[in-house]
Design a protein around this ligand. Structure first.
Ligand SMILES: [Zn+2]
Length: 140
């Protein structure tokens, strides 16, 4: 008699369960490497969840692109577009608070007050923003 159902080996089931308990997190980067032609396919997780261990290679079309399970250097910073001018101003305030001493030194060199320097910086940020500029921050 032929078995209609393929029984998965215990280690495969264990691996699947383990993966579901530790889904990849939103924002992480993963790469699949083809064991046949060495093509790399890179993914960004837009949502947290579970993905296959192996996928079809985009180059040779063989089902041999294996997941590195995010065990690669993850990006530590991102480029983003602020939602509005309020956010641009907040970015400037944060940058100022982060490097306050450097800005104070800059004021002394230019012979201007902190308020004027902040105004100058904000104007530059606004020009950058209006020209389609992105801002950077640490990845969350
Ligand atoms: Zn391939």
């Amino acid at each position: 008699m032929t078995k209609l159902l393929t029984i998965l080996p215990a280690f495969v089931i264990e691996k699947m369960l383990k993966k579901k308990q530790h889904p990849e997190k939103r924002g992480m980067v993963n790469v699949y490497v083809c064991s046949h032609c060495h093509t790399q396919i890179t993914f960004v997780y837009l949502d947290s969840g579970v993905t296959p261990d192996t996928i079809q290679c985009a180059n040779c079309k063989k089902p041999s692109a294996h997941s590195c399970a995010c065990r690669i250097d993850q990006p530590d910073s991102v480029w983003f577009r602020p939602k509005n001018m309020g956010e641009v101003k907040q970015i400037m305030e944060n940058a100022f608070a982060h490097d306050e001493e450097q800005y104070i030194t800059s004021c002394k060199k230019q012979g201007i007050g902190i308020k004027d320097l902040k105004k100058q910086i904000l104007q530059n940020y606004i020009i950058h923003y209006n020209q389609g500029g992105l801002f950077s921050r640490k990845r969350v």
